[in-house]
Design a protein around this ligand. Structure first.
Ligand SMILES: [Zn+2]
Length: 354
């Protein structure tokens, strides 16, 4: 990235005054005291204190200038037989942690996000996967009352609503219950999220939902073949419906890297992961812009704390100004950058939440 001193100062000023929204992180899962997932070294962390581990906590969100963060809530698959009970435990943990600080607040109204801008961090409750809804809309209803405002229909696995990306061969779309859930989300005012769903599930959701839908943390398949990413046709249709795609900072979804070889410690793949930088995130932003014709459907969905490695330059939430610098260096206007950093997600929240 080549950026002049003046441009850098301008980028930091713009970053400071922009309303910044990140539509996906797994900080709750990563800090949950009895989490079944060990991320990083497994050293104890919490949401309020700065850690050198992982990617997100309150001090690092503040330092990174984040104004609104979706905390994803996830039921670890071993708890699927008691998913709703586990989700209540996870929610019980996160809500009480958030309450401990006057610098964070759970929000369920868009006006609150604007009001909190510059004062405290607005937290949106998101679920990743619908296992906790237990094939009963009354569960969706009660979770809505507990603050749920973003529902990622599936994680990688199959659930009662649809199949996740690990189930591509099934070629299935939404189930009958899945259709009911999408309609109920429209009725209640919950943002429906298609990150992680199969392609057929994606198309079904777009057809069924009367509201715009989002992909909270997905990138472009044209630049990285992962099935977690969206094809140009998907990007276009989602945009036509008024939705937003949150680009993530995950090397495996930014460049073609073999995840299983990486996990096995293959030096070639390790090197590839290390060479992915914030510039590659901007490449995906640029690609969506090229496909759609403007930046109105691009947002941020870091996937912080959900993955073992992150693009260089965005090592944790505190590094977010580097993205604004990279956008300035790439020639984006202030207005375009403000839309990408949060303006677009705020627009869709205003349209969908009741
Ligand atoms: Zn995810």
């Amino acid at each position: 990235m080549s950026i002049s001193k003046g441009e850098e100062e301008h980028a930091l000023e713009l970053h400071e005054k922009s309303l910044i929204i990140d539509f996906h992180c797994d900080a709750v899962l990563a800090t949950l005291p009895d989490s079944a997932f060990i991320i990083g070294s497994g050293k104890k962390r919490n949401l309020l204190e700065r850690s050198t581990e992982g990617h997100v906590d309150l001090p690092r969100l503040i330092e990174g200038g984040v104004d609104c963060q979706v905390f994803s809530h996830f039921v670890e698959p071993i708890y699927n037989p008691i998913a709703s009970r586990r989700m209540l435990q996870v929610l019980g943990y996160s809500l009480s942690e958030i309450e401990k600080s006057d610098k964070m607040e759970v929000v369920t109204k868009p006006e609150k996000i604007e009001k909190n801008h510059g004062k405290k961090i607005s937290i949106i409750i998101g679920f990743e996967g619908c296992e906790a809804i237990c094939e009963d809309l009354r569960f969706l209803n009660i979770f809505y009352r507990l603050g749920l405002r973003r529902l990622t229909l599936t994680w990688n696995n199959r659930n009662a609503i649809a199949d996740g990306v690990r189930w591509q061969r099934s070629k299935s779309g939404l189930t009958e219950f899945g259709v009911e859930v999408v309609r109920e989300c429209n009725k209640l005012g919950i943002l429906v999220d298609v990150s992680h769903i199969t392609d057929n599930g994606f198309w079904d959701t777009l057809e069924v939902s009367k509201d715009p839908i989002i992909a909270s943390h997905s990138n472009c398949r044209a630049l990285c073949k992962s099935m977690r990413n969206l094809t140009d046709e998907m990007i276009n249709t989602l945009a036509e419906k008024g939705g937003v795609i949150g680009v993530n900072y995950v090397p495996f979804f930014l460049s073609d890297i073999d995840f299983s070889k990486f996990q096995a410690g293959d030096p070639e793949e390790m090197k590839k992961v290390e060479s992915v930088t914030v510039e590659r995130v901007v490449d995906h932003i640029e690609h969506i812009e090229e496909v759609v014709g403007n930046v109105d459907h691009i947002g941020l969905g870091s996937d912080f704390d959900g993955v073992p490695s992150i693009a260089k330059g965005l090592e944790d939430a505190s590094k977010l100004p580097n993205l604004t610098k990279a956008l300035v260096a790439r020639g984006y206007s202030d207005q375009e950058i403000e839309k990408i950093l949060g303006g677009n997600f705020l627009r869709v929240i205003k349209r969908v939440w009741k």
